[in-house]
Design a protein around this ligand. Structure first.
Ligand code: BGC
Length: 365
């Protein structure tokens, strides 16, 4: 049974023992119990469902009470879910935000109750009330995707020019800009040199963005680009930030006569090592790359953060100067993303037990 936090006055985040409201120093203290609220953003992308479940299982194994909810892409629902977790008396919030700027008010409330707030994978912006951030090196994700394009088009050996189009993620997700910057910075010199040409001229985050990371939205934009700019020109590559977007892009390419598996099928990148995309990578029927982020590791890292605080210690942090949320550099723990292609998917994804070969063949986790 967890203690209700309502009516309790907490010290700073990370304090294992807290004074009861109204009690003076040295009087009765309440031990943290690990009671945690997990707020996940969507169930349309595999990872959040799996991670929500892993976090819940990990924390329950430690004997902590957990409230776990998924807001299914609705910002107001997420705010309400978090508010009700605070009302229930959680001591910790683990939040993967749908919209990184909409949680200020509810987090101020959480802070009043002494809740420790961990921003999970996506940085929550414009509030002082975030204690920790745990994610991957998001800039590096974009670097890996762009490097795949450079390698496959042999940009250092060939003179080109090659045509490329850029896609970025949901504009309300802080990660989108890091993926995009990592990709664009890596491709920039080839663009200046004229080896890479973007016929649409769309090189900024806003026109390239994909609302809700939706494959359907990406399909529509790719269809439009192909009609407007590639009736008489070949497209050679698409920088795509996420597998769901990549599949929408591939669908539009196929719809417009490009044949997967043929040498002139555009190079398409991705992220998250989703089963359906790995199937295409393995069989050569669509995108050729994805970026694997071991989300099991992220879930256990965040579990360890909570555990460390409950036990009176400080969570492990490896970055204090990268992730500025508008109020402060949020102490972060960043894990490494890994580039995955047909050559190494077995070693990285299957041998590590993340997905089985059967799941990949079925295209479903
Ligand atoms: C995550 C990506 C994911 C995307 C869409 C981002 O915040 O970092 O791993 O592909 O959301 O769900």
């Amino acid at each position: 049974m967890h203690l209700s936090r309502r009516g309790l006055l907490f010290g700073s985040a990370g304090a294992a023992a807290v004074s009861l409201a109204g009690c003076g120093a040295g009087e009765e203290t309440a031990q943290l119990t690990g009671f945690t609220g997990i707020a996940m953003p969507t169930d349309t992308s595999e990872r959040w469902v799996i991670e929500g479940k892993s976090l819940e299982d990990n924390l329950k194994k430690l004997g902590y009470d957990v409230i776990h909810q998924n807001a299914k892409d609705d910002i107001d629902t997420q705010i309400k879910q978090i508010q009700s977790m605070v009302d229930e008396g959680v001591e910790f919030l683990i939040i993967a935000a749908i919209d990184n700027k909409s949680l200020g008010a509810v987090l101020a409330e959480a802070k009043n109750q002494g809740v420790t707030v961990i921003s999970y994978d996506r940085l929550i912006l414009e509030t002082p009330d975030v204690d920790y951030y745990a994610s991957f090196d998001n800039y590096q994700v974009g670097v890996l995707q762009a490097t795949h394009i450079i390698d496959r088009l042999q940009l250092n050996e060939q003179s080109g020019p090659f045509n490329i189009e850029l896609f970025s993620g949901d504009p309300g997700d802080n990660n989108s800009q890091y993926f995009f910057m990592g990709g664009l910075d890596t491709l920039e010199s080839y663009i200046y040199e004229g080896k890479l040409v973007i016929l649409s001229g769309e090189t900024e985050q806003s026109p390239t963005s994909t609302k809700a990371w939706s494959g359907d939205v990406a399909f529509e934009r790719m269809e439009g680009l192909l009609k407007d700019f590639y009736e008489d020109e070949d497209l050679h590559a698409v920088l795509s930030p996420y597998d769901g977007i990549s599949r929408g892009v591939v669908e539009a390419l196929v719809d417009n006569g490009y044949e997967p598996g043929e040498d002139d099928f555009p190079i398409v990148t991705g992220q998250d090592a989703e089963a359906q995309s790995l199937k295409a990578i393995k069989e050569g029927t669509g995108q050729t790359e994805t970026v694997f982020k071991d989300t099991r590791q992220l879930a256990s890292t965040v579990t360890e953060m909570v555990e460390a605080i409950v036990n009176g210690g400080d969570p492990e942090i490896n970055d204090r100067g990268t992730y500025d949320n508008g109020f402060k550099f949020v102490p972060s723990l960043l894990l490494e993303p890994v580039d995955v292609t047909a050559e190494n998917y077995q070693e990285v994804v299957v041998d590590s037990g993340y997905l089985t070969e059967d799941q990949i063949d079925a295209g479903q986790a």
